[in-house]
Design a binder for this molecule. Structure first.
Ligand code: SF4
Length: 180
């Protein structure tokens, strides 16, 4: 019977740099594979976020409707949710667009429609709708731990996961944890 704890990683409004740093754990990934079962991740096959995940690392700010729905699903289905990297923790680079109007952003990025009308958010029904602001993860769901860095280093990620698997709060100067 499978007894390893489960680990998931999620990519919301981020650049994937935090996940690249995760991969930078290099040979430690082999040890991690012995210790956990990776049940969902951009670097794995599963397409549906599963129930009853023990630890979920979430990269990126919440910037569109899909991010928001995913954040709530992650919270419902995860025992521990870790805000993974500065975009998830503070909004960081992703939140730089917050000083601009969403309509202006889309119009600038995509230009006018073929009939000459300016592009507005409602014109994009087939893509995720941008939220008025990109927000840190903890503004939309409760978060259990904060892992700072842009990106966090492989050593920080390894340390945080190892401590969480041991049921401990990492005593690391730039990792802040809240258990409740
Ligand atoms: S924290 Fe830095 S590395 Fe991570 S998603 Fe944001 S910009 Fe990219």
């Amino acid at each position: 019977m499978e007894t390893r704890p489960t680990l998931a990683t999620v990519w919301l409004g981020g650049c994937s740099g935090c996940h690249m740093s995760f991969l930078d754990m290099d040979e430690r990934l082999l040890e991690l594979a012995d210790r956990v079962r990776l049940v969902y991740s951009p670097i794995a096959d599963p397409k549906e976020f599963p129930p009853e995940v023990d630890i979920t690392l979430v990269e990126g700010a919440v910037t569109n409707s899909e991010n928001l729905a995913m954040a709530h699903l992650v919270r419902r289905n995860s025992r521990r949710v870790i805000s993974f990297g500065d975009c998830a923790v503070t909004g960081n680079v992703t939140a730089m667009r917050n000083s601009f109007d969403v309509g202006e952003i889309i119009e600038t990025a995509y230009g006018a429609l073929s009939d000459g009308r300016p592009v507005r958010p409602d014109d994009y029904s087939s893509v995720a709708r941008l939220l008025p602001r990109a927000t840190p993860l903890h503004e939309v769901i409760p978060v259990d731990a904060y892992l700072h860095g842009c990106p966090p280093t492989a050593d920080q990620i390894w340390f945080a996961i190892s401590e969480l698997l041991a049921g401990r709060i990492p005593a690391f100067s730039n990792i802040y944890l809240r258990y409740g």
